[in-house]
Design a protein around this ligand. Structure first.
Ligand code: NAD
Length: 270
């Protein structure tokens, strides 16, 4: 599965699933635009892609070949809640490289709390990042993709948007919204040749998951209890989600749109 000649912009790619996705897309030949609210983290992801590329070059040079497997990488500071900034970054990238794939990955969780104990400021911030951030990305990228008559948008949802986790109501609200927003985008942009899909991971080992368990009375016991609810009896790895994104980004998924791809070790099927 290759992404040669495609430019892929990823939000929240400084760490976790976004970082793994950036590395996976670069391995598949894409030009990667790494963005994050944390500018240094976004830049570090782009740098590790360039370093891998340099290593690849020197090892292929020693084998007397100039073939290039990895794509290039640049980075931007981008807070997805800032719609004007999102438009400016997308327009600059589109002018420079074109924009084939947008991965709206940036997302946040919140400490476990009941609906009635959840502060409105927490609700509003999680909604702003997870829903408005995804909206801002589509708002910025769709005119570019429709104009060029092609494109693939991948929105990071969650199994938390499909089943009802107690004490995660705001997260559930936002991720369910992302799933159905994605279907609406697919219906709207399909006639212009643009695809839109969501990915719904189960628990994946990242700092977001660590924070989730850290909020429990006995984090290790809570984690073990969660693992026992997964038919595969483990949590996911960021790279496994990155593979799903790379598939949806690629031409191998050319007839797939409006789909919510679950990657949850079977959790939601039990
Ligand atoms: P993470 O916390 O490891 O990484 C999130 C990245 O997003 C960080 O680099 C952070 O700086 C960045 N970010 C946060 N707010 C931002 C903003 N306003 N603008 C731009 N960047 C911002 O999280 P992760 O686990 O890699 O999660 C990535 C996505 O996957 C999220 O949308 C999350 O909801 C979703 N997801 C994660 C899991 C999981 O178990 N880890 C499960 C289902 C879905």
């Amino acid at each position: 599965m290759r992404l040669d000649d495609k430019t892929v912009l990823i939000t929240g790619s400084g760490t976790g699933i976004g970082e793994a996705t950036a590395l996976r897309c670069a391995e598949a030949g894409a030009t990667v635009v790494s963005t994050d609210v944390d500018a240094e983290a976004a830049a570090a992801t782009a740098a590790s892609i360039r370093d891998a590329d340099a290593d690849e070059q020197s090892s292929s040079n020693s084998h007397s070949t100039s073939s290039r497997e990895n794509g290039e990488a640049t980075s931007y500071e981008l807070d997805v809640t800032d719609a004007d900034r999102f438009h400016a970054v997308v327009d600059e990238v589109a002018d420079e490289h074109g924009l084939d794939v947008l991965v709206n990955n940036a997302g946040i969780g919140h400490p476990p709390s009941s609906v009635e104990d959840t502060d409105a400021s927490v609700r509003d911030y999680v909604v702003d990042v997870n829903i408005n951030g995804t909206w801002n990305g589509c708002h910025a990228a769709l005119p570019v993709m429709k104009e060029q008559g092609s494109g693939s948008i991948i929105n990071m949802a969650s199994v938390g948007g499909m089943v009802g986790f107690p004490y995660q109501s705001v997260y559930a609200l936002t991720k369910a919204a992302v799933i159905n927003f994605t279907r609406a985008v697919a219906a709207e942009a399909g006639p212009a040749g643009v695809r839109a899909n969501a990915v719904c991971p189960g628990f994946v080992d990242t700092q977001l998951t660590e924070a989730f368990f850290a909020g429990r009375e006995d984090p290790e016991a809570a984690r073990e209890e969660m693992i026992q609810q997964y038919p595969l009896r483990r949590l996911g790895e960021s790279e496994e989600i990155a593979d799903c994104v790379a598939f949806l980004a690629s031409d191998a998924a050319s007839f797939v749109t409006g789909h919510a791809l679950t990657a949850d070790g079977g959790f939601s099927s039990t």
